[in-house]
Design a protein around this ligand. Structure first.
Ligand SMILES: Nc1nc2c(c(=O)[nH]1)N[C@H]1C(S)=C(S)[C@@H](COP(=O)(O)O)O[C@H]1N2
Ligand SMILES: [Mo]
Length: 201
């Protein structure tokens, strides 16, 4: 009897997450840290967030100004190209819709840039209409430095390498320009549901 109910419970648990885990991914409760270099230490007193590049006039916020922007709490599943997925992660931050509404532009791409030199490229279509945030909170706490604090990009519908840690700005670009991992062979777009891990996938 106990054997049957255990099997039934296991199946129910699988059903609860089916449809949420992209092909080739496994679910983890941990929060692995994946950084290509050391964790930068930028004091909040000198931190700024900037939108520049192909814009009529660049826009910049200090930390204080940024924290005063309208923010939201977002619950999303995240998917790393190294095959872990984490379900129902809870973040707090500012929608890119709010940030991009402060600049006039007529181009289709951006490069997110970070303290430490990391970059990643994204179509603007993929960061607007409630699809991307600059987050500074995780699980009700300030975002930990190793996970990108004080602030990181969150673009949960693409592989997690697109969610640039220690993000400091967005450079708007006419062309899609490969970022750090994209230049090293990762896919330009990175849709986990189509397993776009590497160039050519
Ligand atoms: N600045 C910066 N952002 C980054 C990275 C990095 O090395 N530097 N790694 C990316 C990769 S490959 C992943 S999977 C996630 C990992 O985020 P985590 O360490 O919070 O799990 O951050 C992404 N953002
Ligand atoms: Mo990753």
């Amino acid at each position: 009897m106990s054997f049957i109910s255990r099997g039934f419970k296991g199946r129910r648990r699988q059903e609860g997450i089916s449809g949420r885990v992209p092909p080739g991914q496994y679910v983890t409760e941990d929060f692995p840290v994946l950084s290509a270099g050391p964790t930068p230490q930028t004091p909040l007193s000198t931190w700024t967030f900037t939108i520049n590049g192909e814009v009529d006039a660049p826009k910049s916020w200090t930390w204080e100004e940024f924290r005063a922007l309208p923010n939201e709490t977002i619950t999303k599943d995240i998917h790393c190209v190294t095959k872990w997925s984490k379900l129902d992660t809870v973040w707090q931050g500012v929608s890119l819709d709010v940030l991009l509404s402060e600049v006039d532009f007529g181009v289709d791409y951006l490069t997110a840039y970070c303290d430490g030199g990391y970059t990643t490229n994204l179509p603007i279509e993929d960061v607007t209409d409630g699809k991307a945030w600059v987050v500074y909170g995780f699980d009700g706490q300030p975002l930990a430095p190793e996970h990108g604090g004080p602030a990181r990009l969150l673009v949960p519908h693409l592989y997690f390498w697109k969610s640039a840690k220690w993000v400091r700005g967005l450079e708007l670009t006419r062309d899609d320009t490969p970022g750090f991992w994209e230049s090293l062979g990762y896919h330009d777009y990175g849709d986990p549901w189509r397993e776009q891990r590497y160039q050519g996938d």
